[in-house]
Design a protein around this ligand. Structure first.
Ligand SMILES: [Zn+2]
Length: 175
């Protein structure tokens, strides 16, 4: 378990360790953003560390965004195909699709100069990926169900169970 750190604007910034959270609390850089806390025992003392902290002063974070990766794209899109909308766990023609049936599609194919990047990649099911082939969606007559964007939060740190108290801040980013 760890602590979700928010900017003064309530935007999620990062996930930090309890040690770092305590450091920030002691230096009065942060305040609790939730009533929910974890109790840590340090010798005789019990420390209550809120599971969501908010910086007292806004820090400007350059919009570098999360680092692109194939796993990150699949996670961002929650294993839902950008062309037909089917999601892992759903059934088509009697066949249940698994995560392995999805891959990362380059909207502008790499063979045509398309880059690895959040805006040029999306999750696609096997069938749609096959159908699209080495074409742009426009050439293939396929429509995007949403516009691929750079995620606001680094999804890759959010594996596994996410504390209930974080979800309101992460919104659609976590399932
Ligand atoms: Zn599809």
């Amino acid at each position: 378990m760890s602590v979700l750190l928010l900017n003064a604007s309530y935007e999620p910034l990062s996930i930090i360790s309890y040690r770092r959270a305590i450091g920030l609390l002691l230096r009065e850089r942060v305040e609790a953003a939730t009533m929910e806390s974890e109790v840590l025992h340090a010798g005789q003392q019990a420390l209550y560390v809120p599971v969501v902290l908010r910086l007292r002063r806004y820090v400007h974070v350059p919009r570098r965004g999360a680092r692109w990766s194939r796993a990150g794209v699949l996670r961002r899109d929650a294993y839902r195909c950008i062309y037909c909308g089917i999601q892992a766990g759903e059934t088509r023609a009697g066949h249940t699709l698994h995560r392995a049936d999805f891959s990362v599609d380059h909207l502008i194919p790499r063979s045509r100069g398309g880059k690895n990047g959040w805006g040029n990649t999306a999750c696609a099911c096997y069938a749609c990926n096959q159908r699209k082939g080495d074409r742009t969606p426009h050439e293939a007559g396929m429509t995007l169900l949403w516009e691929p964007k750079t995620p606001r939060v680094d999804y890759l740190v959010l594996y596994g169970e996410v504390p209930e108290a974080w979800k309101v801040y992460l919104r659609t980013n976590v399932h």
